[in-house]
Ligand binder design. Structure first.
Ligand SMILES: [Zn+2]
Ligand SMILES: [Zn+2]
Ligand SMILES: [Zn+2]
Length: 330
């Protein structure tokens, strides 16, 4: 089956009630734009073989016929999709953490199991949503490059990455993967009767990774090493740029104390990896990933927990000493 048909089928399938509320890639519409451009070009060529200058202009790096419609539209769609995905996953995981805390109170209630089932089902829908749209974007960009003989599609991908809207690079996808593993599941998203898969090996190894296998041979590997301490991230925070660090490491890099938190970092603090500024304020606390570490590598988790606590005590002592000294005027 062609992807276009598959995408249409997906959009009008079981999850139509969900998809009605959100944006998706207008695959068909974008394809039509390309088709029109293609026919336009071939007629120009056959009309006047000698007008090489005209057909040459199509080989250049921009296409007056479709660029504005195409890239502007796609950028808007991708940014809406990424935003929608983020807010839905955040909501879903918030519910999960909340139910975890209320578990003792809820134990007597039967509805707990059903609620969890509902969360898992919604997780499936969200992974399908982000994957199908990501595939649609990849396919349409490839088509664009094929029609135009250009690299604009490829470059656009880089631009998407720079704008933080590359759909499959979201830290929320890692959180969702961790949520599945924490629930004892390795199947994610239901794609036409086949499932995507999530796995992670021993998290306390040299190269801790989480792997996501999705349809269309999309294999994602998320490195869970902190680039500062070179160990598995503990109490992880994803900065706005998507890079993940231990809370303690990010705080010390940005010269704030652990108890003040990552978000207290100043506007001009840079990401240790990509050197971008202004990335701390919207940092995401990766609660599911932290829970995964606690479940999978208990000893490591304990060790790091104690390390973080004692560092925190040391820092607050220092902080209060300074405050008192200032107050009594030393
Ligand atoms: Zn064109
Ligand atoms: Zn670290
Ligand atoms: Zn970064």
């Amino acid at each position: 089956m062609k992807f276009g048909e598959m995408f249409t089928e997906y959009r009008h399938g079981e999850e139509e009630w969900f998809l009605e509320k959100c944006r998706y890639v207008e695959y068909k519409k974008l394809k039509k734009v390309l088709k029109k451009c293609k026919t336009c070009k071939s007629t120009t060529r056959s009309d006047d073989e000698s007008a090489t200058s005209l057909s040459d202009s199509f080989q250049c790096q921009s296409c007056p016929l479709c660029d504005q419609m195409f890239f502007e539209e796609l950028m808007k769609e991708a940014s809406d999709i990424a935003g929608f995905f983020k807010s839905r996953v955040r909501h879903l995981l918030h519910l999960h953490v909340a139910t975890g805390m209320q578990r003792c109170m809820m134990r007597l209630r039967r509805c707990f199991a059903d609620e969890k089932q509902a969360l898992i089902h919604e997780g499936h829908i969200l992974i399908q949503y982000i994957t199908m749209n990501a595939i649609a974007i990849r396919k349409i960009l490839k088509k664009y490059d094929k029609v135009h003989g250009s690299e604009n599609g490829k470059n656009f991908k880089l631009k998407m990455r720079a704008e933080r809207i590359e759909l499959l690079h979201s830290p929320w996808l890692i959180e969702l993967g961790a949520f599945y593993l924490n629930s004892g599941l390795d199947k994610v998203g239901n794609f036409k009767n086949s499932f995507g898969r999530v796995s992670c090996g021993n998290l306390n190894e040299d190269q801790p990774v989480m792997k996501l296998m999705l349809p269309n041979s999309i294999e994602l590997e998320f490195d869970l090493t902190c680039a500062i301490c070179l160990e598995t991230v503990f109490n992880p925070y994803a900065l706005k740029c998507g890079h993940i660090f231990c809370k303690a490491c990010a705080c010390s890099f940005a010269s704030v104390m652990i108890f003040q938190g990552v978000k207290a970092a100043s506007q001009c603090s840079k990401c240790p990896i990509c050197r971008e500024v202004g990335v701390y304020e919207e940092a995401v606390h990766m609660i599911e990933l932290q829970l995964l570490l606690k479940i999978r590598s208990k000893e490591y988790w304990k060790e790091r927990m104690m390390g973080e606590r004692s560092e925190m005590v040391k820092q607050s002592k220092m902080f209060w000493n300074e405050q008192t000294m200032q107050m009594i005027g030393y």
